[in-house]
Write a protein that binds this ligand. Structure first.
Ligand SMILES: [Zn+2]
Length: 307
């Protein structure tokens, strides 16, 4: 039991014991100091944000308090970094939260997941307020001197020659503005002439094919011309192939029709007698001649395509 009251027992000797706590063999912080030899002090710690326990997966709200093991684990410059190890009140899992002096906040390091609800100004089109890294000049005077010397050499070795060359060039251009202007204008006129001619040709093409005047025509070069020619040849070949197929099909159907009709004619001629048979013979001769003509024409067409 901690020495809460001022009762001094009869065997207490101030010189020997020093204090009531040491007389009872207790620390002034009591049970909270039981792990002080490991550098751990038990403190009351309140969750600064919502978390999910990593062991039982339960949500633990912001503001829940734990008897946490507080321990110094390092420094950010002169500011100590503390870790708080807490035991989940819903299970036996432990989680650890650390201070983050660099960003003035807390971070979960293990055993839990933090619910991310921080307002990020950069994400929302604003600017970060803290620049903890800083761009201050070095405190070391030698480093500062080195920096100024570097700047000086950069000035003499790079900046001055560059400036001089720029001035030289500028003087060169300004010495005879008339002849320079003459040159530029001549060049511009030539370009304009070429451009005008091209526009004229383009307009003619647009007129011929009734294209809208806002349509930009492709710049004519060898590749474009060759590509267009190839495209044309391919289209042409496809068309011919289709035509050939169509002709073949029509010949076949006409053959089938004629054979069926001749068969019916024969059967009818049998019933009608000698007159019918005479007309059918003349018709057959005529049909044979037509078929022969068609076959010859398709053959020549095929040959011409082959060529
Ligand atoms: Zn838990």
């Amino acid at each position: 039991m901690q020495g809460f009251n001022k009762y001094y027992p009869p065997d207490y000797d101030g010189e020997k014991h020093g204090s009531l706590n040491s007389y009872r063999g207790k620390h002034a912080l009591g049970d909270r100091a039981r792990k002080l030899d490991q550098g751990i002090l038990i403190t009351r710690f309140e969750l600064p944000f919502n978390i999910w326990c990593g062991t039982c997966n339960n949500h633990i709200g912001m503001g829940v308090r734990y008897n946490a093991e507080k321990k110094k684990i390092g420094n950010y410059y002169s500011t100590p970094i503390f870790s708080f190890r807490c035991k989940c009140h819903l299970c036996d899992g432990w989680f650890e939260i650390q201070t983050d002096p660099k960003n003035t906040r807390y971070v979960v390091t293990s055993g839990a997941r933090q619910k991310d609800e921080d307002w990020n100004p950069e994400e929302n089109g604003g600017f970060a307020v803290h620049d903890t890294e800083g761009k201050a000049t070095p405190d070391d005077p030698l480093a500062a001197l080195e920096k100024t010397t570097d700047a000086k050499t950069h000035h003499t070795k790079v900046q001055v020659p560059r400036l001089e060359s720029l001035m030289e060039m500028s003087e060169q251009y300004n010495s005879d503005p008339y002849s320079l202007s003459l040159k530029v204008r001549k060049r511009f006129r030539e370009d304009k002439k070429i451009r005008k001619e091209k526009e004229k040709v383009d307009d003619q093409v647009r007129d011929r094919y009734a294209l809208p005047s806002t349509l930009n025509l492709v710049e004519e070069d060898e590749d474009a011309v060759k590509e267009a020619k190839d495209e044309w040849a391919r289209g042409r070949k496809e068309l011919e192939a289709r035509e050939r197929k169509r002709q073949k099909l029509s010949v076949e159907t006409s053959l089938r029709v004629s054979s069926s009709s001749s068969r019916s004619r024969i059967s009818s001629s049998k019933s009608t007698g000698s007159r019918g048979s005479a007309t059918s013979a003349a018709g057959d001769a005529l049909r044979a001649r037509i078929l022969g003509n068609t076959a010859r024409r398709s053959a020549t067409a095929g040959r011409s395509v082959m060529k």
